[in-house]
Design a protein. Structure first.
Length: 119
């Protein structure tokens, strides 16, 4: 069984920083497959940051240059460093994984962590 647990959300002023953490458990999951999504009130969930092939990363345009995804393989942790936060970054942030094992597709979500950016 795979479990993803986010932490690190909170209230921060615009221009500030937060670091979100996602702890992954379960032998099936590779942290290379874990990415970050967010969902603002009244809006659809959207992709924020991912690991791509070759160890590279990719970001949604609205966070490029401000957010950084990273990982610690030994600890099975994935992080999202968020700098220069804007009020429009207010959302619930989720880590997510989508992988195949023995021909079956597995999708897991964490419970989310709330980020509120005040003006």
């Amino acid at each position: 069984q795979v479990q993803l647990v986010e932490s690190g959300g909170g209230l921060v002023q615009a221009g500030g920083s937060l670091r979100l953490s996602c702890a992954a458990s379960g032998s099936s999951v590779s942290i290379n497959t874990i990415d970050w999504y967010r969902q603002a009130p009244g809006k659809e969930r959207e992709l924020v940051a991912v690991f791509t092939s070759g160890g590279r990363t990719d970001y949604a345009d609205f966070v490029k240059g401000r957010f950084t995804i990273s990982r610690d393989n030994a600890k099975k942790m994935v992080y999202l460093q968020m700098n220069s936060l804007k009020t429009e970054d207010t959302a619930d942030y989720y880590c997510h994984t989508d992988f195949k094992e023995y021909g079956r597709r597995h999708i897991y979500w964490g419970q989310g962590t709330q980020v509120t950016v005040s003006s």
